[in-house]
Design a protein around this ligand. Structure first.
Ligand SMILES: *Cc1c(COP(=O)(O)O)cnc(C)c1O
Length: 225
């Protein structure tokens, strides 16, 4: 099947119209992205700053670019002119840098806070108590050039779908719990970015508002190019 057919069949399975499809185009060519673009896709996700910046320069300007990977503070400045949403914000230090660079460019950058939900210990993200401290503290209120839009999580890479479901449920319940307290004006927790090719249907059942799908659209990635 081609990219357009894959997109069409995935869209048919996303029954919730409020759930956004982000086509994860990391390692994919500009031509492959254009094929998805011509099929109507506008949201694309990348995990490397250099790769995303290069692609952004040569692709249509109405594409919404999502940074979904781990972001280093020294690379933030390259994204600021065009990024639509940064999904993987996993430290206060990174928030500070995004705010600083956004202020320089007189813009406001949309961010999601990454939460550690998987069993693997190497995954990035805040845990529950860190998140509560961050959101209820005074420091975050001073960051006038960021807008937190929600939470992002990656489930354990597992065949056991009940483990995965539990982690998605946990992320949603954490979002709902934080939402029930009074939030700073630059924090709203509307969005839940969760679900990839292997588990997006589960994620949608558990309340995802953004699924990040790569291989099910573009086919397997070729890292050797
Ligand atoms: C690569 C990646 C995806 C997409 O993975 P697929 O399994 O190809 O759908 C989603 N989210 C993040 C953070 C990724 O790095």
């Amino acid at each position: 099947m081609g990219i357009k057919e894959n997109l069409d069949s995935i869209k048919k399975t996303i029954k919730n119209p409020a759930c956004n499809l982000i086509a994860v185009s990391k390692t994919q060519s500009v031509e492959a992205i254009m094929e998805a673009y011509e099929a109507g896709q506008r949201d694309f996700g990348e995990n490397k700053v250099q790769e995303m910046t290069d692609k952004q320069a040569s692709l249509p300007k109405d594409i919404r670019w999502h940074m979904i990977g781990h972001l280093q503070t020294n690379k933030v400045k390259y994204l600021i002119p065009y990024v639509y949403l940064i999904h993987g914000v996993d430290s206060f230090k990174l928030l500070l840098e995004i705010n600083k660079q956004a202020e320089k460019s007189d813009t406001i950058i949309n961010c999601l806070l990454q939460v550690h939900i998987a069993q693997e210990t190497h995954k990035f993200g805040f845990d529950e108590s860190e998140l509560e401290t961050l959101i209820s503290g005074d420091d975050i209120r001073k960051l006038k050039n960021i807008q937190i839009q929600g939470l992002m999580g990656m489930a354990t890479y597992s065949e056991d779908l009940e483990v995965v479901r539990k982690e998605f449920k946990y992320l949603k319940s954490l979002r709902d719990k934080l939402n029930s307290s009074e939030l700073p004006s630059n924090v709203s927790l509307k969005e839940l970015s969760m679900g990839m090719s292997g588990d997006y249907l589960l994620a949608i059942e558990e309340g995802s508002s953004m699924v990040r799908i790569g291989s099910a659209i573009f086919g397997e990635r070729n890292y050797r190019k």
